[in-house]
Design a protein around this ligand. Structure first.
Ligand code: NAP
Length: 285
């Protein structure tokens, strides 16, 4: 039995679809926070169970009988370390034989502030005694969806990533890699995967590709961190989240989102999405 937390999230839904291509629905547990969030998943034939990291009492029944658990990192930045600890404790109580955790690329030395909670979770997992595999996810291409949309309006992509090369891949790539690890015949315990796209791109290259495909004169404008944060707040993002995103861009300028190990394509057996493919899809949306 394989369970996936956050199964109603963007990544979780794609992981469930990838698992369904490999194993029977009866061997898949999708955990969600509320019953209504599980309706579409139940329609696929998988077992839907309630698991809220903030309500540890839900986690024991959610993980009962589970052999392998994909703990998809929570979206509640700032609360995540405690939430993940609760999930790891419950996995231990349930006797889970392999816990796969979606961490962050190069967690040990990542300059991104976002890495702190992932480092805490990894350390807790190591000390827990639960057999685990780390899926250290790089940047999602989809993080640029709103940048692509506003680029057409303002003829500019804004950021603080400088010349940093970002080895992004799309969520489908990460989901398929996770499913490959969860369904592998070989023992995955103790492995660490640095998951990143086959190619790396600068923000200037992203802007140039948007310009090429749209015919609009889009350029990249690099801003100081505080100015970029102000732009994000002005666009409606909460202050804290805007700060995290601006910090992540600065981290990218230092190479924090670059990796050339090509471990996603090694797991999935196909190349990761290219810049041109991503932009074409984002422009259609
Ligand atoms: N690598 C990157 O570029 C990148 C970018 C963004 C996020 N991330 C990380 O990757 C994760 C998955 O990405 P995503 O795009 O699928 O995010 P998402 O669509 O926001 O999904 C996050 C999932 O976490 C669940 N969740 C939040 N709080 C929870 C709690 N207290 N108990 C149980 N589940 C909880 C949500 O449940 P509901 O469905 O009930 O809301 C949702 O299903 C994110 O949560 C975040 O940690 C990575």
């Amino acid at each position: 039995m394989i369970a996936v937390t956050g199964a109603n999230g963007h990544l979780g839904r794609l992981v469930i679809d990838a698992l369904l291509r490999t194993i029977p629905a009866s061997e898949i547990v999708a955990t969600v926070r509320t019953p209504e969030k599980g309706q579409a998943l139940a329609a696929k034939g998988v077992q839907v169970r309630i698991a809220d990291y903030n309500r540890p009492e839900t986690l024991d029944s959610a993980f009962a009988g589970v052999d392998k658990l994909l703990l998809i990192s929570s979206s509640e930045v700032g609360a995540r370390a405690a939430q993940h600890k609760a999930a790891i404790d419950a996995a231990k109580r349930a006797g889970v034989k392999l816990l796969a955790y979606t961490s962050i690329l190069d967690a040990e030395r990542s300059p991104l502030a976002l890495a702190d909670e992932h480092r805490q979770t990894e350390a807790y997992l190591k000390a827990s005694g639960v057999p685990f595999v780390l899926l250290r996810n790089g940047w999602y291409a989809e993080n640029y969806d709103s940048a692509v949309a506003s680029a057409l309006q303002h003829k500019a992509v804004l950021g603080s990533a400088g010349e940093g090369r970002i080895s992004w891949a799309d969520r489908t790539d990460y989901a398929d890699a996770a499913a490959a690890v969860l369904t592998a015949d070989t023992d995955q315990a103790g492995r660490v995967y640095e998951l990143a796209g086959d190619e790396a791109y600068t923000m200037a290259e992203l802007a140039a590709e948007i310009a090429r495909q749209s015919g609009e004169p889009v350029v990249y404008k690099d801003l100081p961190e505080a100015a970029y944060k102000d732009v994000l707040v002005g666009a409606g993002l909460p202050e804290g989240f805007a700060g995290v995103l601006a910090d992540s861009d600065v981290g990218a300028s230092k190479g924090g989102l670059f990796h050339d190990g090509r471990q996603i394509s090694a797991l999935t057996g196909r190349p990761t999405a290219t810049l041109a493919q991503y932009v074409a899809q984002a422009l259609k949306a």
